[in-house]
Write a new protein. Structure first.
Length: 290
């Protein structure tokens, strides 16, 4: 894909690769996808729907939080999946299946991948190798995804929230989206992130997250080992401190995080990004002396 000024040059016909037409990010669609209030949700959904159809006759499926049972809705409570994106109102309404995030290979993949990818029954295709995706069961791909192939945009948000927007062909028989992925992944990612981020901003309430919470280096160090399941005695041995000192740091962190116990302290610290990837902590004990 070429980029010239603010325009993405994309092929508008997935069959005729010589037919090229610009998709201008400065167009009205860009402004329409920006969400500043709940009233902007419906026009933003319409804009991303129109973009998907214009690019390659895609149908949109969007979820702002794969851990939530609530579907994305407009200001009047209408489900975007049926009222905007055109998914049929039948007994197979995927947005009304609370266990979908636990069973769908797409949402499962979004827990392990933050970059766009496309998938079909043959595999999950990423720009860079991700071995964590290789063992995902795709044997019932069509039944679980309602398409033969799909382009997926994971959207990893603050506090561990994961959203996803997927684009599947409306016309049957398209099981290879490698060409469309190369052409459109960048613009679909850009607009999908704007859409999910904006929706989450105007619909989410997080009173349980303390404001202006700053943990010390020692507090974070103790919590990282606690997140790996280490006891106070083990953490004290690893860090070369007393058990009382370890408990002191974890207790201080709990107060700052407004947590009621050790587990919630670790959870909130993780939500705020203090612990990073706890798997990155070296498993072999290292002693740090003051």
């Amino acid at each position: 894909m070429e980029r010239s000024d603010d325009s993405f040059v994309a092929c508008m016909d997935h069959v005729d690769q010589e037919s090229i037409s610009p998709v201008d990010l400065r167009s009205r669609r860009q402004g329409a996808i920006f969400i500043a209030s709940i009233d902007d949700v419906r026009p933003a959904a319409e804009a991303i729907r129109d973009l998907a159809r214009e690019l390659s006759n895609f149908r949109v499926a969007a979820c702002a939080n794969i851990a939530s049972k609530m579907p994305m809705t407009d200001a009047d409570g209408n489900a975007l999946a049926s009222s905007i994106f055109g998914w049929p109102g039948s007994k197979d309404q995927w947005w009304k299946k609370p266990l979908l995030a636990l069973s769908s290979p797409l949402t499962f993949a979004c827990r392990y991948e933050s970059e766009p990818f496309w998938a079909n029954a043959e595999g999950i295709h990423t720009r860079a190798p991700n071995p964590l995706l290789d063992q995902i069961d795709l044997s019932h791909f069509h039944d679980e995804v309602n398409a033969d192939a799909v382009i997926v945009i994971p959207v990893h948000l603050p506090f561990g929230q994961i959203g996803v927007v997927s684009f599947s062909p409306m016309d049957p028989g398209r099981s290879d989206l490698s060409g469309e992925f190369d052409l459109y992944a960048d613009i679909l990612e850009y607009q999908s992130r704007r859409f999910i981020n904006g929706y989450s901003r105007v619909t989410s309430q997080r009173p349980w997250i303390p404001r202006n919470c700053r943990l010390s280096k020692r507090e974070v160090e103790c919590l990282r080992w606690a997140a790996l399941g280490k006891t106070d005695v083990e953490i004290a041995m690893i860090l070369g401190r007393s058990c009382a000192t370890v408990r002191f740091h974890i207790h201080n962190a709990a107060i700052k995080l407004e947590a009621v116990n050790r587990s919630q302290t670790v959870f909130k610290a993780t939500q705020l990004g203090y612990l990073g990837s706890v798997a990155a902590v070296r498993s072999s004990p290292q002693h740090h002396h003051a």
